[in-house]
Write a protein that binds this ligand. Structure first.
Ligand SMILES: CC(C)(COP(=O)(O)OP(=O)(O)OC[C@H]1O[C@@H](n2cnc3c(N)ncnc32)[C@H](O)[C@@H]1OP(=O)(O)O)[C@@H](O)C(=O)NCCC(=O)NCCS
Length: 194
């Protein structure tokens, strides 16, 4: 299947999307890197238990579907690091930051070069538009080379390496600042105006 660069939008995950998330969490390329409550192959019940409070707003993590030319292909979750003070301290963050995690669950769409464009669009359309944060960070495992490359290609820079006790793994903390995205969007607008 040939995948062309297309229009990417984002919409909030609903309860009715949870079976889709369950399928994605159980695909080999996602389960290699993503656990829910320590489970690499979570049941639908576990996915519901974990994600329903995020959908209802009881837990302050916002979850979005990635929509590529009308097709849901993956998910991005976002938290404000001020809502996660222990992680914020462990990651050595002193600013008003958002933290994101993403996956492309549809096997036909992964490893096709879409990820950096998706991340840039998420920063422009959601993170720095909808949230009052100066910086966005990501915390991929040091061994997750594909994710690290994807974030760096989107413009994230390496900050530091930390030990993440909760997951029992070392992670790279990568970051991008609001002015890098806002100035970029202004440049695009300025060029279009010429
Ligand atoms: C992380 C993820 C979203 C990246 O999306 P992707 O579609 O795989 O990434 P892309 O095809 O855009 O490629 C990104 C980089 O990884 C490289 N890459 C992609 N697939 C690869 C593969 N199978 N083997 C080795 N490198 C690969 C690409 O060459 C590219 O590097 P480049 O910038 O040097 O060209 C996706 O792999 C995924 O959903 N993984 C499972 C969940 C996960 O790990 N999430 C990250 C949590 S922090």
């Amino acid at each position: 299947m040939t995948i062309k660069a297309g229009k990417t939008t984002f919409s909030r995950v609903k309860e009715s999307d949870l079976p889709l998330l369950h399928r994605w969490f159980n695909t080999p390329h996602v389960s290699k890197w993503w656990e829910i409550d320590g489970k690499r192959h979570p049941s639908l019940d576990l996915v519901k238990k974990h994600y329903s409070p995020r959908i209802s707003g009881d837990e302050r993590v916002d979850v979005y579907l990635i929509i590529h030319d009308g097709t849901p292909i993956g998910m991005v979750q976002l938290c404000k690091m001020d809502d996660e003070p222990a992680e914020k301290a462990n990651f050595g963050l002193d600013r008003n930051c958002a933290g994101i995690d993403l996956l492309i669950g549809e096997a036909d769409y992964v490893h096709r070069g879409l990820s950096s464009g998706i991340i840039r669009e998420f920063l422009k359309q959601i993170v720095f538009k909808e949230y009052d944060v100066d910086r966005c960070i990501a915390d991929p495992y040091v061994k997750n080379e594909i994710a690290i490359k994807a974030y760096k290609k989107a413009g994230f820079k390496y900050l530091r390496t930390v030990w993440y006790e909760k997951e029992g793994k070392r992670e790279h903390i990568l970051c991008i600042d609001r002015n890098e995205i806002v100035n970029d969007a202004e440049k695009v607008g300025a060029n279009q105006g010429r």
